[in-house]
Ligand binder design. Structure first.
Ligand code: NAG
Length: 484
């Protein structure tokens, strides 16, 4: 046992060492192939190795053509200085650009940006890449070459001034190509995802239209070296499958301009995408619920004045629900310091709901005051009238008979009372019939003074004023914001 274990171990160790040696051997081979004119990256070596073995075995049909192309490319690259732009010292290089948008996603008002996935194609002419066509049958020959060649020839240093972040697509290989024709015209196409900055004005949110730009410019070459142009009139195209959940993609247009920076003037291309927000989501999630809460608060006006618990409960619940709705809505929106269209609507809804709670508080207070006031002042005319109800009923017919006469007597009686000083000193039985006959409306007049408005009237008016106000507000709101 003691002998077997070490031998098994040494065998394992031997295999491990062998594997390490083999892998390092391959590594050396890789390093040697890397010292190439093309200065290739690791990825390309795997791709190019079979090509070498193919050319060695002269069995395939197009071997001659393939050798031709290889020789042409080698020759082009050997004499090409990729550090110097085409037409150096002469007029600026024209770089034409087209963009085909594959997807637009995540138009975000919180981070004020949008994500666009596009094919960016650049067209330019490099006279150093002119070669003799080897195909006798056609005038022009175009070669499509992989990304490897890009590292060997001059390419414009295009960038997106308003990008926040962008990346290439690498699956399954780098999503790009280079095409060269025998006239020296170069086409470079890259698939990119760009997260571009898009400052948004949310004054009319959610009935707003956002215009987002995508800018293209050379990082280093000023207008003396590179001029950008949109390739054709319809240089920017949007794939027909591009759909956004909460936006409708409207018109897009593009412009060319020169911008002035402290390092010089640069040629800049800009394309503008128009995003019209779809209101449906906000109608379903915010406008309808808010309107329903407002309507529920109107129910309070139809309830009995005495139903304190029901009416206060309704008022407080609707106020709290509106608060929650406003808070949750604004939680998913940027903290802008101006009033958005949605804020106006929710603010007015909140105001109405709040006002209906206050309305009940007013009704409750006034009815309480009018209930208490006769008890609080026992010396008023009302109390006499009410206390002496039984006595007056006895004399009703006599009063009716002497109505005219008693009216004439009234001032005297009244003056008597006043000259006597305190009302309490006058016997109730004497006063009441005169008082009643003199001015039967007087007790009610006194009542009217204590209750400025009747509580039932407040509820009655509210039933109409609140809904009419809400309806009127809706008409104004939608006509203003839909036309904005
Ligand atoms: C760029 O586009 C313009 C107008 O579309 C055209 O005249 C010009 O030849 C193009 N240049 C290149 C290098 O494709």
């Amino acid at each position: 046992m003691e002998i077997v274990l070490p031998t098994a171990l040494t065998r394992h160790v031997f295999f491990v060492i062998l594997i390490i040696h083999l892998s390092s051997l391959f590594g050396v081979i890789n390093c040697q192939t890397d010292m190439d004119v093309f200065a290739k990256s690791d990825k390309e070596i795997e791709y190019n190795t079979p090509e070498v073995t193919d050319s060695v075995s002269p069995t395939s049909y197009d071997t001659k053509l393939e050798l031709n192309v290889s020789r042409i490319l080698d020759a082009l690259i050997a004499s090409h200085d990729r550090r110097i732009r085409p037409n150096y010292g002469g007029p600026p290089t024209e770089v034409n650009v087209t963009a085909h948008v594959i997807t637009i996603s995540a138009v975000s008002e919180v981070s004020m940006d949008y994500t666009v996935d596009l094919y960016l194609r650049q067209f330019w002419r490099d006279t150093r890449l002119i070669f003799d066509t080897f195909d006798k049958h056609s005038e022009s020959t175009s070669l499509t070459i992989g990304i490897d060649m890009v590292k060997s020839i001059w390419t414009p240093d295009t960038f997106f001034p308003n990008e926040k972040k962008s990346f290439f697509h690498e699956a399954t290989s780098h999503n790009s190509f280079l095409r060269i024709d025998n006239q020296g015209n170069v086409v470079r196409s890259i698939r990119l995802t760009v997260i571009a900055n898009c400052p948004m004005n949310l004054h009319t949110f959610p009935l707003d239209v956002q215009v987002c730009a995508l800018e293209i410019e050379s990082y280093g070459y000023s207008t003396a070296d590179i001029i950008y142009h949109w390739h054709q009139a319809n240089a920017v195209t949007i794939d027909e499958n591009v759909h956004l959940a909460h936006f409708t993609i409207g018109d897009h247009y593009h412009i060319e301009r020169t911008i002035s920076l402290s390092t010089g003037n640069y040629s800049r291309l800009t394309t503008y995408f128009t995003f019209k927000r779809n209101i449906g989501f906000y109608l379903i999630q915010i406008y309808f619920p808010a309107s329903l809460i407002v309507v529920i608060s109107f129910v309070s006006f139809w309830l009995d004045r005495g139903a304190i618990q029901a009416r206060v409960g309704l008022g407080v619940t609707t106020v709290l629900t509106m608060t929650t709705l406003m808070t949750s809505t604004n939680a998913s929106l940027p903290k802008v310091s101006y009033v958005k269209g949605l804020d106006v609507f929710l603010g007015i809804c909140f105001f109405i709901v709040f006002a209906s709670l206050i309305e009940y508080a007013t009704v409750g207070y006034i009815s309480k005051r009018s209930r208490c006031s006769p008890v609080g002042k026992p010396t008023t005319a009302i109390s006499y009238y009410e206390l002496d109800d039984a006595a007056s009923s006895v004399r009703v017919d006599s009063i009716k008979n002497n109505n005219r006469r008693s009216v004439r007597r009234v001032p005297m009686a009244n003056s008597d009372i006043q000259t006597n000083g305190t009302e309490q000193s006058i016997p109730l039985l004497n006063l009441t019939p005169n008082h009643l006959s003199v001015n039967p409306a007087e007790p009610f007049a006194v009542r009217h003074r204590t209750r400025i408005v009747r509580p039932s009237k407040i509820d009655l008016y509210s039933r109409f004023i609140f809904p009419i106000f809400f309806l009127f507000f809706n008409v104004v709101y939608w006509s203003v914001y839909l036309n904005a």
